[in-house]
Design a protein around this ligand. Structure first.
Ligand code: NCD
Length: 335
């Protein structure tokens, strides 16, 4: 990003609007906006979207006449693709702006807020991905239409990913309470884990083993903040500390683009590789293997065909169902 595009924001100063079960017109910026009732609403709607699509192959065209802008300042396959598919499967349309710093008027020096205000005029929702933590809040402050955060920076959040991750755990393990999970990889730079932990902390009895090299541990601020919520977080640094028979393993990529020193990335990138052997050693019959994707080399391909590996199958597909549900809710549609 050029200097002129850098945004000034202190996310800690912002107060988040709670959803309290009413989604219409709301921004979706953080898992901190959700309580269990609001999550239940998303899960119930997602379940019904999923059943409708799987049974009939079609969903009622409840977004007909609606336009969703997908404004992506960072690369994306699944998040952008699934929001696009979600909108179109419900009869809506999208404006897709990939790489706006190059292909929108931002390249001519337009400010971020003006870009947001522009697409506010043309669409009903803006789905935003941006490299800077806090950018989604800035957009929400600038626009009257709902902003959905599709990932803001490395220490920010990715709430819709957490919704699909929670839905998948609940679907495969039948509950979100009393779960034991292993969360591995780049915990300091990965935003998906920060939203997921916030979500799991809303349910009692959850324990997460956080497996990462020293340099990629959660920030101490995040660790303290999450621990205060009552979730049990156990930091581990060796494979032999992985508990037997966890309910789920959530592996993540080391976030190359967040490193200023490429050598450090090279040293750390394959610290923990999930192989079939590792899975056989510590996994249980019902341990599900999750990954937000993209996977680089941290899960070996011979794990892909294991029936416990959901990352290329149901976890990914649930992403589209959850986003269909959420768009319907945010736009105030009955189904
Ligand atoms: C993630 C992201 O962008 O934070 N991707 C995704 O949306 N599933 C994870 C990643 O990039 O590693």
């Amino acid at each position: 990003m050029s200097r002129s595009e850098l945004l000034s924001v202190d996310p800690t100063e912002q107060s988040l609007e709670k959803i309290n079960g009413t989604f219409a017109g709301h921004d979706i910026l953080s898992l901190d906006q959700f309580d269990r009732t609001s999550l239940d609403k998303v899960f119930a709607r997602t379940q019904s979207v999923k059943e409708t699509l799987e049974q009939d192959g079609l969903h009622p065209q409840t977004l007909q006449g609606n336009i969703v802008t997908l404004l992506f300042y960072e690369p994306s396959s699944r998040t952008r693709g699934s929001f696009d598919a979600a909108t179109k499967r419900m009869g809506g349309n999208t404006i897709v702006v990939e790489n706006p710093q190059q292909f929108s008027s931002a390249a001519k020096g337009e400010s971020f807020k003006d870009t947001i205000r522009t697409f506010e005029n043309y669409s009903d929702v803006i789905v935003l991905r941006h490299p800077q933590t806090g950018s989604a809040q800035i957009a929400a402050d600038a626009a009257k239409i709902p902003i959905i955060n599709a990932g803001d920076g490395g220490s920010g959040e990715h709430p819709t990913q957490a919704l699909l991750d929670l839905f998948t755990i609940r679907e495969k393990r039948t509950s979100l309470e009393n779960m034991t999970g292993v969360v591995a990889g780049d915990l300091v730079n990965g935003r998906t884990v920060k939203s997921l932990i916030r979500g799991l902390a809303l349910y009692p009895g959850n324990t997460l083993y956080l497996l990462s090299p020293e340099q990629l541990k959660l920030s101490r601020d995040d660790l303290n903040d999450f621990t205060k919520r009552g979730i049990k977080l156990i930091e581990i640094g060796r494979e032999d500390e992985i508990p037997q028979n966890a309910d789920f393993w959530y592996w993540t990529r080391v976030q190359k683009e967040r490193f200023s020193n490429p050598n450090e990335y090279e040293t750390l990138k394959n610290s923990f590789v999930l192989t079939r052997e590792l899975l056989n050693r510590y996994g249980g019959e019902n341990t599900i293997i999750m990954h937000p994707l993209p996977r680089v080399e941290e899960i070996s391909e011979d794990v892909d065909d294991d029936s416990r590996a959901v990352y290329l199958r149901s976890q990914m597909k649930n992403g589209m169902y959850v986003r269909m549900a959420l768009l319907g809710l945010v736009l105030g549609k009955k189904i």
